[in-house]
Design a protein around this ligand. Structure first.
Ligand code: PMP
Length: 454
């Protein structure tokens, strides 16, 4: 049941909502068909509305509040930086900026030791692709169908998610391929080893047919997030690394969602023992307290721009408030062992808890993930794996997922729902008791989804 939290003030909530409806144009939405919840406050893993309803945030916002809401150390660091130097242009050496870059570079794999700062994930992807193109002098980029890389022009073209369709410019130079996903294998594989080998053969063949000398980069989310948290089979990313090395192609690992502890390691590349040439990050770098993203750059690519200018930049690159928030976030994550906490949350609570739900609910086709990064794939028919709603369903066709999401919210859980999946992606700081509360709410909501199975 919903827990009353702050003193309810429905009138204030109605006023906020009315002004929002009059003037705010929301992302990804038909403006008149949405009814955004008016949020009064948030703390830790919870937020609450003006009616006094409290929700456990199993979405971490948009998978970015890795340390939860209103962490006092980060709030204080932002306040302190605002008092000292609230803003400054990018072409200067600043304490907060250089310290943030150092702390990030210390944690990124291999020799990814130079950091280019952006305001978010899509700009990080744009700049990684620009770096790869200038570095190699080649035009094309290969990306996976089941992917999300952001909503700016290049990033949305690289994205596989159907949200691309409406704004796809059909940009020359973007070529998509299938990455491994055993549950819905594009290669009709029955084992992880088979899926891995076939996916690598497929990529090798795409590279050969496109012409290796025309390909600047392969971009992959280390663990694809929005598209369904498909943990790659052992050996796949190492195989991609090897193909890229063989053909002089830049390997870009997009860790905007998977990075900064989400998978139970600082970066998901650590699980697979690969070092990309470029790594994009955002979200968890400072838990989104102030917009920040960036690209971690290898020595070889940094060298390309040692004596020739990098042809790109942003007014707010390395904004002091965002960087101060990143310094405080990374320091507290290290001090409080939050990355280890995420690994434990996955191993001890979320993994076993979700598998237990899968065993009891016919609507669950598969659960998969690691750390605080889990997907629950809902199906109408477990045998055929027919999704609970059709691919990219909207309106009536999406009714079963809408009913599932409504049941979550009724039970005090704010879910991350995309197509026929719900993702369990709470803050990494979520306690075992809170995570169990979330699993109980999912249990109740899955009973609603079960009614739509065959
Ligand atoms: N890459 C990945 C892997 C993402 O998950 C996202 C955001 N969900 C982006 C890029 C784009 O980030 P932003 O919305 O900050 O531009």
């Amino acid at each position: 049941p919903l827990t009353p939290y702050a003193a309810p003030d429905p009138q204030a909530g109605a006023a906020v909502k009315a002004t929002d409806r009059a003037h705010v144009f929301h992302s990804w939405s038909a403006q008149e068909l949405i009814d955004p919840l008016a949020v009064a406050g948030a703390e830790g893993s919870y937020f609450w509305d003006y009616e006094g309803n409290r929700y456990l945030d199993f979405a971490s916002g948009l998978v970015f509040t890795n340390i939860g809401y209103q962490h006092p150390k980060v709030v204080a660091a932002i306040q302190e930086q605002a008092g000292k130097l609230a803003t400054f242009a990018p072409a200067f050496a600043l304490e907060a900026r250089s310290e943030a870059a150092r702390l990030i570079a210390e944690r990124t794999p291999g020799d990814l030791d130079k950091i280019f700062f952006t305001n978010g994930g899509a700009e990080a992807v744009e700049n990684a692709i620009r770096m790869a193109r200038v570095h190699t002098g080649r035009p094309k980029v290969l990306s996976a169908y089941r992917s999300y890389h952001g909503a700016t022009t290049t990033a949305i073209n690289l994205t596989g998610d159907p949200r691309r369709w409406a704004s796809d410019s059909g940009a020359a130079g973007v070529v998509r391929f299938w990455a491994p996903f055993l549950y819905r294998s594009p290669f009709y594989s029955s084992t992880e080893q088979e899926e891995c080998a076939r996916a690598l053969d497929h990529l090798e063949s795409v590279i050969a047919h496109e012409g290796p000398g025309t390909i600047a980069a392969v971009i992959l989310e280390t663990v694809p997030g929005t598209a369904g948290i498909m943990v790659p089979p052992p050996g796949y990313l190492a195989g991609v690394r090897e193909l890229c090395d063989r053909h002089g192609i830049v390997f870009v690992a997009d860790e905007v969602m998977a990075g900064f502890g989400r998978t139970g390691r600082w970066f998901a590349t650590e699980h697979f023992d690969v070092v990309p040439d470029l790594l994009t990050f955002a979200k968890g770098v400072n838990s989104g307290y102030v917009p920040l993203g960036g690209v971690a750059i290898s020595g070889a690519i940094a060298d390309t721009f040692a004596r020739r200018p990098y042809p790109g930049g942003l007014t707010y690159s390395g904004h002091p408030l965002a960087c101060a928030a990143a310094v405080a976030t990374i320091e507290l994550m290290a001090e409080e062992g939050i990355v280890e906490q995420a690994a434990h949350l996955g191993d001890a609570v979320l993994g076993p808890g979700l598998r237990e739900l899968a065993a009891r609910h016919p609507s669950v086709g598969e659960v998969r993930g690691l750390g605080a990064f889990w997907a629950v794939e809902l199906v109408r028919d477990r045998e055929t794996r027919e999704p609970l709603v059709p691919y990219n369903a909207t309106g009536e066709a999406n009714a079963p997922m809408a009913a599932f999401a409504a049941a979550c919210r009724k039970n005090g859980l704010w879910p991350f729902v995309n197509m026929n999946r719900t993702h369990a992606v709470p803050p990494l700081t979520t306690s075992e008791a809170e995570a169990k509360e979330g699993l109980a709410a999912l249990d109740a909501a899955l009973a609603v989804a079960d009614e739509h199975t065959v």
